[in-house]
Design a protein around this ligand. Structure first.
Ligand code: UN1
Length: 502
């Protein structure tokens, strides 16, 4: 196995960053082999407040730059990303342990987001509304909001920031980013590439974007700072619960994209070949470490034996190992804590009467410090407390059902509500799943797994998944403030609702 530290140094140089620091106390290790890639100095809450103040000063200038010109910055950034796709994807693999194809996909997601945001920079439109008063006009205007604080997780270390940053920048906002402590190098690389784009344009003020490598107190400082107009945070439900009261205490705006406990129903009429492929990608892909990972499978009794047998066979043959090898599909877990959570969950599943296939640790030569496991398929007797909990590991709980009402009931009976799917060729079942009495998630798919969303739609979930929406559709509205304007072009002053006064 080739050294991850040496590979990281080469990629960082290619991305315009020098030698990584080894002097700080934020130690970055590659989950591939546990080698230390860097040790970065930690930002303090005071550093966070200073970055926000600088970003706010930059915002006051940036908000007056016409939106299509702001789009030019994002357009150049997208072009630069295209030119550095392989290097950035390589770094994503080294920091997260994601396989090459998924790391390339993540950078592609950033590029798609840039393209989307550039188009949007000419479409930040409001409505004109019929006024009840003669000679009056009612309309709404969308204005830049301010500083957007972005907190991201290790599993999508660059794409989730791009969802936020590309929109925020065209919307006229400044962006202060606190990446996950485990993946700061990719964040510094993104910031360097964005700085390259900014340097080519006259209108981009210093301090418009910043990266704070730090611990959770930095995220708390962003949540507390009244100058952070929007806090957009992606991570666990626990992280959301910890940050939300800080933002709420100052009546700030927040956008939370938190955990998922995503389910799929496989109905009797399903195309099982499609279902099988969708299940394996959604449950075992990214080593089960997506917020959209498939964790609960509801299979109709009539097809359960066949599908479970095929799944168990496929799982047993999944290539697990160094994510840099082309034929590997499952890389390592992010760290030992994740491994302990995986093993604890499997022991609990067995104690609950679950039948566990796979889940064992796998030794990878030359990577003794890496945490590699075979994805687990667990036949559960029912939806126990364990099944209702999100364990961020490749564990798929399978349950049997008899009728669709029962399956939908079980599907919705968890605290999270992010992504969901049904595999069926029965139109009535598909429509029922998408209806008001169907899936209660922010994402509901038919014959498509719950993970791997395109950026064109709004991304996010309900209940403990946080309620925020990012990326496509009209998610941009969260990054702007809406002003309602009433304009009187008459010679009278009629009051609304027919009120009479002076
Ligand atoms: C996440 O895991 O936080 O839909 C985001 C997906 C990806 C994004 C996942 N496009 O699975």
């Amino acid at each position: 196995m080739t050294s991850t530290a040496a590979a990281a140094r080469r990629l960082l140089a290619e991305l315009g960053l020098g030698e990584p620091s080894t002097a700080g106390d934020i130690v970055v290790r590659s989950p591939i082999d546990g080698e230390v890639l860097a040790a970065l100095p930690a930002a303090s809450p005071a550093d966070a407040r200073a970055a926000v103040a600088a970003a706010h000063a930059a915002f006051l200038h940036w908000r007056m730059v016409p939106a299509p010109r702001r789009g030019e910055l994002v357009r150049r950034f997208g072009e630069i990303l295209r030119g550095h796709k392989a290097a950035l994807a390589g770094l994503v693999t080294l920091e997260t342990g994601k396989i090459r194809s998924e790391a390339f996909g993540e950078v592609q997601e950033m590029i798609d987001m840039c393209d989307f945001a550039v188009g949007l920079s000419r479409q930040l439109h409001g409505l004109t509304i019929a006024s009840e008063r003669p000679g009056h006009r009612l309309m709404e205007t969308w204005h830049p909001l301010g500083v957007c604080g972005v907190v991201t997780a290790f599993n999508f270390p660059v794409a989730v920031w791009a969802w936020n940053a590309a929109l925020a920048l065209v919307c006229g906002d400044a962006v202060v980013w606190k990446p996950a402590q485990k993946t700061p190098l990719t964040a510094l690389a993104c910031q360097a590439l964005l700085a390259e784009a900014a340097a080519e344009l006259d209108e981009v003020p210093a301090g418009l974007t910043a990266v704070l490598v730090g611990r959770r107190e930095v995220a708390a400082a962003l949540a507390d700072d009244p100058a952070v107009a929007l806090l957009s945070a992606t991570g666990s439900c626990a992280m959301g619960r910890a940050l939300a009261p800080h933002v709420a205490a100052r009546c700030g705006k927040s956008l939370f994209e938190l955990g998922g406990n995503n389910g799929m129903i496989v109905a009797p009429s399903a195309d099982l070949n499609l279902a099988l492929r969708a299940i394996v990608f959604a449950a075992a892909g990214t080593a089960g470490q997506r917020c959209t990972t498939l964790r609960r499978l509801f299979i109709h009794d009539s097809i359960a034996d066949e599908l479970l047998a095929r799944l168990a066979r496929t799982y047993a043959g999944l290539p697990v190992g160094d994510p840099r090898d082309e034929d590997i599909l499952v890389g390592p877990l992010i760290d030992r804590t994740a491994l302990v959570a995986q093993q604890t969950a499997l022991a609990e599943a067995a104690a609950d009467g679950g039948r566990v296939h796979g889940g064992e640790m796998i030794a990878v030569a030359g990577a003794e410090q890496g945490c590699y496991v075979r994805p687990a398929l667990v036949e559960m007797p029912g939806q126990t407390l364990l099944v209702c909990r999100e364990t961020f590991a490749p564990i798929l709980y399978a349950l049997r059902y008899r009728d669709l009402d029962e399956a939908i009931g079980l599907h919705n009976a968890v605290p999270q509500g992010l992504a969901s799917a049904i595999f069926t060729t029965d139109l009535r079942e598909a429509e029922r799943f998408l209806s008001a009495s169907g899936s209660d998630c922010g994402i509901a798919n038919v014959n498509v797994g719950p993970s791997g969303a395109e950026i064109g739609g709004a991304f996010g979930g309900e209940k403990e998944s946080g309620g925020g929406r990012e990326a496509g559709s009209d998610a941009w509205k969260a990054y702007m403030r809406r002003a309602t304007n009433t304009i009187n072009y008459s010679h009278d002053l009629p009051l609304a609702q027919g009120v009479q006064f002076v």
